[in-house]
Structure formats: C-alpha cells, structure tokens
Design a protein around this ligand. Structure first.
Ligand code: ATP
Length: 368
C-alpha cells in the first residue's frame, strides 16, 4: 500500500505551497476514500512492469511510485504530488467517466497524444516528462514537480499592476522561449494560459499541459474544441482554420495577465468573452501606466489578423532587447517612442524592430 499522506492546503486554495511550506498530515476518511478511488488503479501488480506495445518507453514502474495528496484539479483531472524513483513529481490522473463513452474516448485520445508530445520535448522552459501509466479507466502522467504552482496562482497573490517590469519581462521571455521551442518542433499548444504555466521555487518557468496540443500538420479545424475561451484566438473561437499564431494570441493575453495580475474579461462569463472577442474585437484594457513598448508588443500578439502577429522567435528577440535595455537603463521605457502604424505584413518586422533601443537594432535585425 502506498504511503498516503497529503500536504496541508495553502489558505489561497489551489496548489498547496512548495516543499518548504508543506505540512504532512493524516488524510481524513473522506479524503482517503477520494485519493484511493483514483490511485487504487495505480497499485503495482506483483513484480510487474507493464511492457506491452510501444508503452515500454514511458510506462511507469508503479512499485517506485509514491502518491501523496491531491493538490490541484483540472477539468477532468486530479493532480497529486508524490515521489517517483526518489524524485519529487506531480502525478496527473485522469479518470474516464463510465456514463459518457464519447468523453471517455476523447480523454484516452488526449492522454495518448499528451504522452507522445511530452516524450519528444526537452527544453528548460517546458515541463519535463517522467513517466506515464495506462490503467483504464485511470491514466496518469508523471512530470517533474513545480513547487511554485501555476502562474495564475502566483498572480492571484499579487496586487493588481504590482509585478515589477523586470519580472514581467523575465516571465514573458521564459514563456516565449518555451513556446519558440515548441513551435520549432512543429507543435501547437492551443491552451496557453497562466494556469498552464508552472513556476519553480526559484521562479523558473515551464509551459505545461499538452492535452489539446497537436502537431501542426495534424491539427484539423478545431471543431468541438475544448480550449479556454478567455485566452482563445478569435479564429479558433469561430472554429476556422488555425495556425501556430493562435498561441501568439494567447501569449498576448498571458502578457496582459502578468502586467496587470488580473483575470482577462473578469466581468464576463467565458462565453460572453468569446462573443466579445470574436464578434466585437474586444480585448482586455491595457492600463495607461503600461509602457508603450510593452503595450505595442501585446497588441501585435493579439492582433485580429493572425498574419500580423509576430512569431515567437521575434518575440524572444524583442523581449531580450527590452530586458537588456532595462537592466542598463531603468528609465528605458520612459524614453521609448512608439513606431508609426504598421502598413501590412511586409513592414511588420521593421515595425517591431523600431521597438529596440538603437544600439541593438543591428544585432536584432540579424535574427528577425
Ligand atoms: N508538474 C506540476 N507541478 C506542479 N503543479 C502542477 C503540475 N502539473 C499540474 N499542476 C497543477 O495542476 C493544475 C492542472 O494541471 P493540468 O493543466 O496539467 O491539468 P488539466 O486536467 O489538463 O487541466 P485543464 O484541462 O483544466 O487545463 C495546473 O494548473 C497546476 O496548478
């Protein structure tokens, strides 16, 4: 039997704090039953390691898995902390509903796709895959544990508009680097949002949750899509053809979240937000105090026309130049002059380059 202990929840709810803050305690009977109801499927068969089909690459040795308490939930998942082969891990468990065969099949497809994608991703700003297990009706995905919890939780703990600019740039840059790598692998995330960005105790940043990600060549139209409306690009809301630029749109919303520490369209339901974005071109309001350089980049990212949105490589180059300029001169953003309106795709990169401090334009132009 696995050691069943759990972490005391932090007062803010959501993810319990990091290992430094956590308090191990006995589970109540109700919590115990809940934990057992899903994790019972993960008890190792005597002496067995599943090695069938192509699963041996990632199949977890359940005798080495120790599951502790649940600390977060997704729409169809519960996330537990634990240890696997001596390493702190997060165990995402997905349970197929008995009564909904279509959803059960979809969850299984998502599991298989998420494992296949995670297996090939190796980057400091992408969550590391550890192992997975397939024990219908329960599946699990084991990843490195990110003790800082989600970016959403972190922002929720901050006063609105209080995140310092150097931290805004650091967070945005790390996410953009992870996304640039993801796109270089031909993968679209399709559900980029602050809840799916995880933080280490040292404020390291990793993009997570590849449940509805896809290989660009196989993404389809996105019909019947389950992404999250507040972060979703208009073409995706309208179930039109979509490209990697949907992630750039979501990144624009995430940058807005970091800048404001607010929830986008918080006065609307997700459906109202979807209608406002797709039919009325609504976007979250940029605060007057936002440096023009940053609001300019955000507006480029969430442009209605996907072709006007920059690539993540461009975004990384721009954010790097801002970060460098801010480190050198704390008043950099005050002296920034916005570029004139963009006149189409041809001038797009030139227009973005005007955001760079003059000394950096030469090296940046090599990259863009
Ligand atoms: N490796 C991890 N380390 C720390 N926390 C994690 C980890 N993986 C997931 N979480 C927490 O669990 C939450 C849900 O995880 P995840 O997004 O992967 O599940 P999901 O079922 O796909 O969620 P949804 O479908 O609602 O986006 C995250 O927002 C985060 O708070």
């Amino acid at each position: 039997m696995k050691r069943l202990q759990c972490f005391k929840k932090s007062s803010g709810g959501g993810n319990g704090g990091g290992p430094g803050k956590r308090l191990e305690r006995q589970l109540s009977l109700g919590e115990y039953k809940k934990a057992v109801s899903w994790s019972k499927y993960l008890v190792a068969p005597p002496g067995a390691r599943i090695r069938s089909g192509g699963e041996e690459l990632w199949s977890a040795d359940l005798s080495k898995l120790e599951i502790r308490g649940k600390f977060a939930s997704g729409r169809h998942s519960r996330v537990y902390s634990g240890r696997y082969t001596g390493r702190e891990v997060a165990i995402k468990m997905v349970s197929q509903p008995e009564e909904d065969a279509a959803l059960a099949a979809e969850l299984e497809r998502q599991f298989a796709s998420e494992v296949a994608l995670l297996l090939r991703l190796h980057h400091p700003n992408i969550i590391s895959f550890v192992a997975a297990c397939k024990k219908p009706p329960v599946f699990c995905i084991i990843t490195e544990f990110m003790a800082g919890g989600s970016l959403r939780k972190y922002l929720h703990q901050q006063e609105p508009h209080s995140v310092p600019l150097n931290l805004v740039l650091k967070l945005a840059l790390d996410i953009a680097r992870g996304m640039s790598y993801l796109h270089s692998q031909g993968i679209l995330h399709r559900d980029l949002k602050s809840e799916n960005i995880l933080l280490g105790e040292d404020m390291s940043v990793k993009v997570a949750d590849f449940g509805i990600s896809c290989l660009e060549s196989q993404c389809g139209s996105g019909k019947g899509f389950t992404g999250t409306y507040r972060w979703m690009a208009p073409e995706m809301i309208k179930e039109e053809h979509h490209t990697r630029k949907v992630d750039v749109y979501s990144f624009g919303i995430v940058m807005w979240e970091i800048l404001t520490a607010l929830v986008p369209f918080s006065d609307m339901t997700p459906e109202q937000a979807a209608v406002a974005v797709a039919l009325k071109n609504a976007r979250p309001p940029l605060p007057a105090s936002c440096p023009v350089a940053i609001s300019h980049l955000i507006m480029q990212c969430w442009a209605t026309n996907p072709d006007k949105r920059p690539q993540f490589d461009d975004i990384v180059a721009i954010l790097e130049s801002y970060k460098e300029a801010l480190d050198e001169d704390p008043s950099f953003f005050l002296s920034y002059i916005p570029p004139p309106p963009d006149h189409g795709h041809h001038h797009h990169h030139q227009s973005l380059l005007r955001c760079f401090p003059r000394s950096m334009r030469r090296s940046a132009s090599l990259k863009v």
